[in-house]
Ligand binder design. Sequence first.
Ligand SMILES: *Cc1c(COP(=O)(O)O)cnc(C)c1O
Length: 412
Amino acid sequence: MTVTPAQETDALRRQDPELADVLFGELARQSTTLQLIAAENFTSPAVLAALGSPLANKYAEGYPGNRYHGGCEIVDVAERLAVDRARALFGAGHANVQPHSGSSAVLAAYAALLRPGDTVLALGLPHGGHLTHGSPANFSGRWFDFVGYGVDAETGLIDYEQVRALARAHHPKAIVCGSIAYPRHIDYAHFRAIADEAGAYLIADAAHPMGLVAGGAAPNPVPYADIVCATTHKVLRGPRGGMLLCGQELAERVDRAVFPFTQGGAQMHTIAAKAVAFGEASTPEFSVYAHQVVANAKALAAGLAAEGLVVTTGGTDTHLITADPAPLGVDGRDARGRLAAAGVVLDCCALPHGDTRGLRLGTAAVTTQGMGEAEMGRVAVLLAGVVRDEVDSRTAREEVRRLTADFPPYPG
Ligand SMILES: *Cc1c(COP(=O)(O)O)cnc(C)c1O
């Protein structure tokens, strides 16, 4: 039986036309609208091939060379490749590539270092912390005693002196640095110094910037944090999943915290796809990509500021921008709705000053499509025109279609 992607596609169309319509409908949506969700990207055909491979059939509880199931000798090669490539890419003593998601990675990091009831210091949720950083709706808020630090209401920057004061007052067992909405580099050395003073572990949740780190376009948390949590599907451009990096001394605790403590069988198709993505991220082309992602974000931030939006921290060091559209007469939620109708897809988010919702955008996906700073200028003008209600959604959709037609994410 030879199976090519075209044959697989034909088989799916014949067997389940209803679901085939969903797959092709989503491909069309991704290809003809503008993807500015900061956490999204377009993964490569090679990564998609690994994800859609028969490795998906294999049960593999445990770790390479030490599995609870037979027949793992081939998938073991995939996991060893993924681990070796991740270690080399980020300069880590140890890598665990099994977490099913970023949240699973954070859960395992806490499980490796903490006991229920321990105090943890993390960026507060209204300031850009993730659900796993102490939300009452999440295991983290239920099982640990989270204290939140914030960003300065005026500058939007992390207030390191506040972090230090809170660490002194609360004696946390761990300090978490990392955010879903922070546009600037994080000063990991500063966090390390504060954690050392407080006798706390430092956990870096670098789910967003890890792809920039891989390309040399953002500082690497690995030399500073006891454990680094990451996703593989954001700027890193791999399959949907998580990973953990640490030194050799925590390797065994981290591995046991993933399996058997918080997960069962590893998803070997995803782990193979992670290996492919780490291979891609090790190339000079990926470094060029990562730097272009940042250049595009800077250009987009400047364009939005020129259109009158208030860009948090006045710009960005990364792929991510948050901005307040209030000067254009709408809040983030209404702006997101108008933009969605125009085919511009992004999120709204909390803002440092806290009274209205803002917009959160990222340039990882559009940069993968090949767009550059000139296109970011066009996007900023279009976005502001739609938000101000000066450009109707039909006209805007045509502009989006022209733009995306020149930069198809999956040519052919
Ligand atoms: C995206 C993200 C996560 C969670 O990733 P999922 O794969 O959605 O579970 C965790 N922490 C931070 C900081 C993130 O940005």
